[in-house]
Design a protein around this ligand. Structure first.
Ligand code: UDP
Ligand code: MG
Length: 309
């Protein structure tokens, strides 16, 4: 049995050696063969040279080197597409997901013969309250909006087996929301509770902008409900318009004198409905943008070189 550990890395020079050490210690406690698949996602620091050095000393260190930064989800996709394991673990490079939890995941997988063991964060240390709150509500809202139900407080840290890997390799959609796709596949999926730690060193590679993009990807690829906003908003504005017309009509009949032209209300209405229209066109645009990405059918990532693979 071979276990692949998939580790996306973007400017992680400060943590990568420690991560390698901790992971190796954990792997030696299992009776499995293992490989580390590091994906260097266009780092601009010393991440690649450090990884390369490791790969020369240790054959189990394999590297996929991207031609530029394609993003976390693309890096994980490349890892899954290229790993050889019967089982694979997806883990962050920054040691926020403690490598020791892999042992618990393996145990659950064996005992219960599960296809997926996903990490559920009982507690998150050292994250801003903003991230905690937005993450908490994001996962719950997504669940409400989506037709598929996802486990909440769950990231990409998980163990998957060959069945899942092979199914995943059949998916060719572009903007992937990996944790959602894996839940969507079904099979036997079990939780493994753990405490998410503080980042070992360096700072987050997920600034607000990337977080928002990621959240939008999740929402758009698993829910068509935002499109319905347009229908509801449209319906509501037609209704309001009709009522307003009726009121004016009645006022004109019963109280013609009081009827002065309402400049304010017209402006208000123009701005309000202009806004509603822009908003709904924007939502449409997001979906069309995704269709556009699919139609172009570009590869999700470009690999400059592979080491030991
Ligand atoms: N990452 C990546 N490409 C990116 C951004 C992040 O490969 O464009 C990797 C990063 O190196 C880390 C993982 O994705 O291993 C999670 O990123 P990070 O820890 O910065 O996110 P956070 O935990 O703060 O949400
Ligand atoms: Mg992190």
């Amino acid at each position: 049995m071979l276990l692949s550990v998939i580790i996306p890395c973007y400017n992680e020079e400060l943590v990568i050696l420690e991560t390698y050490k901790r992971l190796t210690e954990v792997m030696q406690k299992t009776d499995m063969d293992y490989e580390f698949v590091f994906i260097n996602d266009g780092s601009r620091d010393q991440t690649f040279p450090i990884l390369f050095q490791l790969s020369q000393e240790d054959n189990s260190v394999k590297i996929i080197n991207f031609s530029r930064n394609f993003g976390h989800q693309c890096a994980v996709t490349a890892g899954i597409n290229n790993c050889n394991g019967d089982l694979a673990v997806i883990i962050d490079a920054d040691l926020q997901d403690p490598p020791e939890v892999i042992l618990d995941m393996l145990e659950i997988q064996r005992k219960e013969n599960a296809n997926v063991v996903y990490g559920v964060r009982k507690k998150r240390e050292g994250e801003s309250w903003f991230k905690l709150v937005t993450a908490k509500y994001f996962y719950r809202t997504l669940n409400k909006l989506s037709d598929v139900k996802f486990p909440v407080d769950t990231g990409d840290f998980r163990l998957i087996d060959r069945t899942i890997i092979d199914e995943f390799n059949r998916l060719h959609e572009k903007n992937k929301y990996i944790r959602g796709l894996i839940s969507w596949m079904g099979y036997k999926q079990l939780p493994c509770y753990y405490e998410r730690k503080e980042r070992f060193a360096g700072e987050t590679k997920y600034p607000l902008k990337k977080m928002l993009k990621f959240a939008t990807t999740g929402l758009l690829s698993f829910s068509k409900k935002p499109l319905k906003v347009s229908i509801w908003a449209g319906g509501a504005s037609v209704l309001i318009g009709l009522i307003y017309a009726l009121v004016i009509l009645i006022l004109k009949i019963v109280h013609p004198a009081s009827f002065v032209v309402g400049w304010t209300s017209i402006i208000f209405i123009v701005i309000f409905f202009g806004g509603v229209q822009l908003l709904t066109i924007g939502i449409l645009g997001e979906y069309i943008g995704n269709l556009f990405d699919e139609a172009k059918d570009r590869p999700e990532y470009i690999i400059k070189e592979k080491v030991n693979l």
